[in-house]
Every structure is written in C-alpha cells, then in structure tokens.
Design a protein around this ligand. Structure first.
Ligand code: FMN
Length: 214
C-alpha cells in the first residue's frame, strides 16, 4: 500500500491557504493511488514538545541505564517521527510564513527528525523520496519585489528536505494571501488570485505525480 505523510503547520484551521493547497495535492495523490494511506501530522493542532530536542541530544551522550524518563521519552518521540517520515512513500509539507521565518512547530519537528541517527548528517535514507512543499505567505517575496530575500522559511525548508535529506522536492508558493484583507494591498488582489489558482493547479499536478516514475 502506498503511503503519504501530510504535515500541516498553519495555526488556522478555517481559511488556511497552506492547508487548502495541500488538500489539492493530497486529493490528486489519492486519485493516483487506488490503495493508499495518508498519515496526517498536524504540528499546530498537536504541537511537539520543544524541550524534547535537548533531552534527546543529551540522552545520546548519557549511558542508557543512566537516562532519565524524560530523556527516554524524547528518544522515543524522535524515533517515532523519523519512522513516520522514513515509512512514507512521499511527503506533503504545508508551511505558512510567520515573522519572515518558519513556524516554530515546524522547526521543532525538523530538529527532532535530525536528532534521529537515521536522519543525521550524511544520511541518505530519504534520498530521492518525493516531497512537496506548499508555502503560504501573506506578502510577496518574488524576485524584483521590495522584500525579495525576506522570506527566510522557504529556502531553509528547501535546504533541509531537498539538499540535506536529498529528497526529490518540489515547491509551490501561494503568496499575497493578505491582499483581500489588507486595504494597503488592494491593488494586489488580482495577482493574489492568480497566485492561489496557480498554486492549486501546481499542487494538483505534483500530487498526481508524487512517487510515480515519469
Ligand atoms: C503571527 C503571524 C505572522 C506572520 N508573519 C508574516 C510574515 O512575516 N510575512 C508574510 O508575508 N506573512 C506573514 N503572515 C501571514 C501568513 O503568512 C499568511 O496568513 C499565510 O496565508 C498563513 O498560512 P495559512 O493561510 O495556511 O494560515 C503572518 C501571519 C501570522 C498569523
């Protein structure tokens, strides 16, 4: 059975653009895989404990019999998260831009993943595994815009999943999501609509082909 890991991080459940675009990808993926399982990890609804990361790292340098119950729990969480990703045939990660960076919930998840020896530096365990990164941004950061370079989330996520883990990563961006609500961005409403509709189309196309050899 094919399996997809879907990870959400938007703090919104209603009106979330990253969730809606990820829905398009997952729907297309389900349609292309008759016998399929989607594992859902919602990092915003069920945040991972930030303190687990340091506990897992210190557990690694502590003799097994001397580890505290908290360190053992942290190691178990690390192994669970890494196994979830390693066990999936493909990943869809929906990522909102917050304060020009990655959501804290996503950062905790990534730090815990990298703490697993199977996914640490030099690991090839995820090499070429298909992944789709869905990005939602209230503003616009494309080349030529005044704030080009201010989005410190997308390049970081591409670095981790594409370059470090070596996954076969595609990225879809829905930007200007605040254009409808922010009067100062009213002139960008059409561009926002175009961006959203292109994001859904791209997510559908990628969702259909994720994990299917060309
Ligand atoms: C706390 C907070 C901080 C945000 N910071 C930024 C930001 O730095 N740049 C930006 O373009 N949008 C920012 N936004 C807007 C979100 O990126 C935008 O609403 C996006 O659509 C969120 O994803 P979602 O629709 O899936 O919830 C922020 C939103 C919130 C709630």
């Amino acid at each position: 059975m094919a399996s997809l890991l879907r990870v959400d991080a938007s703090i919104r459940t209603e009106g979330s653009v990253s969730r809606a675009v990820a829905d398009s990808a997952v729907e297309a993926w389900r349609a292309a895989h008759s016998d399929a399982e989607v594992v859902h990890r919602d990092l915003a609804a069920s945040p991972l404990p930030a303190e687990a990361w340091a506990r897992a790292l210190t557990a690694g340098t502590t003799l097994e019999e001397s580890r505290t119950p908290e360190q053992r729990d942290a190691l178990e969480l690390v192994a669970t998260l890494a196994s979830e990703l390693l066990g999936a045939d493909a990943l869809v990660l929906a990522s909102p831009l917050y304060n020009f960076g990655v959501s804290q919930h996503t950062k905790v998840w990534i730090d815990l993943l990298v703490a697993d020896p199977r996914l640490g530096p030099g690991s090839t365990a995820l090499q070429d595994k298909p992944a789709l990164l869905v990005v939602a941004q209230g503003g616009g950061y494309r080349e030529g815009t005044p704030r080009h370079g201010w989005d410190h989330s997308t390049s970081y996520l591409e670095r981790i999943f594409g370059d470090s883990f070596g996954m076969d990563l595609r990225t879809v961006v829905a930007d200007l999501t605040h254009a409808g609500a922010n009067p100062a961005m009213a002139h960008l409403a059409e561009a926002a609509e175009r961006s959203l509709s292109a994001a859904h189309e791209d997510a559908t196309r990628h969702g259909r082909s994720l994990g299917i050899a060309a």
